[in-house]
Design a protein around this ligand. Structure first.
Ligand SMILES: NC(=O)c1ccc[n+]([C@@H]2O[C@H](COP(=O)([O-])OP(=O)(O)OC[C@H]3O[C@@H](n4cnc5c(N)ncnc54)[C@H](OP(=O)(O)O)[C@@H]3O)[C@@H](O)[C@H]2O)c1
Length: 284
């Protein structure tokens, strides 16, 4: 049994699909009871547990041999991950794959790298076998502004440089392999796409997919921070987001890792294909 925390999210949802396709027994965890029926209809077990409910987390882990852990980017993400790691350790889970972020390490200089590293080190100290899944920016983030692109024909770029975007379905596929085959314990997998794509190129791809002229609009760090806080994000998390995106104009978010193709024996999914596949979302 593989228990998946964050099972309805950007990585977790395709991971559940990928694990079931491999014939794995899966227990999907959600904090929202209204999602249980839809999860079960896919052919997995489904349980309700909040990241801040140790008893429910213990029940979610009971009898599982392996676990996948991702949480939203949140001020509480370190304590949430610590709670899940503690519950899994106590329940006798043997191997956990944890999704953090590219560059997370004890030497990290950025807030997200430091926060993610703390969780990684906790997992390493737990006694469970571990695999670190460390993605860069998700291509799926483009959907956050799909409504605005459709309504205003504007692509808002707060990254200001080339990004080696990775598709969350590739993150999920790598995690599924790590949890269903041997040889992935003790490994850290940095995950990117196979090419870096900048804001102008994304605007051009959106224009092609929608048949309309989509114009690039740069968003300053101050505007970006204000927008995230206005949408409900804790200011400290918004600080961390802006700090990370500040690497974009310097070209530091353009590095390519070959892990996706190395592990999956196929090319990483591309930004161009994602935009084409999701063109309806950018049109209406
Ligand atoms: N987006 C990026 O570009 C990017 C890049 C690199 C790293 N990351 C990292 O990736 C992570 C986010 O991954 P993601 O997008 O897959 O996550 P996500 O979709 O934001 O969240 C995963 C799931 O967590 C569940 N959840 C929320 N609050 C919960 C709670 N209190 N208790 C239990 N479950 C709860 C939600 O499901 P329910 O509603 O079903 O409970 C949600 O579907 C963050 O750590 C972020 O730093 C993101």
């Amino acid at each position: 049994m593989i228990v998946v925390f964050g099972a309805t999210g950007t990585i977790g949802a395709p991971l559940v699909t990928a694990l079931l396709a491999k014939g794995a027994q899966v227990r999907a965890v959600t904090s929202d009871a209204s999602k249980i029926d839809a999860l079960k209809s896919q052919g997995c077990e489904a349980v309700v547990a909040s990241f801040d409910d140790p008893d429910a987390l213990a029940q979610a882990c009971a009898g599982a041999q392996k676990a996948f852990l991702v949480t939203p980017a949140d001020l509480d993400m370190r304590s949430w991950k610590a709670n899940v790691i503690a519950a899994a350790t106590k329940a006798g889970v043997k191997h956990m794959a944890i999704s953090t972020g590219l560059g997370a390490s004890p030497k990290a200089g950025l807030t997200f790298g430091i926060w993610h590293s703390e969780s990684q080190e906790l997992l390493k100290e737990s006694g469970m076998d571990w695999t670190l899944i460390q993605p860069t920016y998700f291509i799926q983030n483009l959907l956050w502004q799909a409504g605005n692109i459709a309504a205003n024909d504007v692509y808002l770029d707060d990254l200001g440089g080339p990004i080696s975007w990775v598709d969350a379905r590739d993150i999920a596929d790598v995690a599924a392999v790590a949890l269903t085959s041997d040889g992935h314990a003790g490994k850290a997998y940095g995950l990117t796409g196979s090419q870096a794509v900048n804001g102008d190129e994304i605007a051009a791809l959106l224009s092609k997919a929608t048949g309309r002229k989509i114009v690039l609009q740069h968003v300053s760090p101050t505007e970006s921070h204000a927008g995230m806080v206005a949408s409900g994000m804790d200011p400290a998390v918004a600080d961390a987001m802006v700090q990370l995106s500040g690497l974009g104009p310097k070209g530091y978010l353009a590095g390519i890792e070959t892990t996706v193709s190395d592990i999956l024996n196929r090319p990483a999914r591309s930004v161009a294909d994602f935009i084409t596949q999701n063109s309806a979302a950018f049109k209406s």
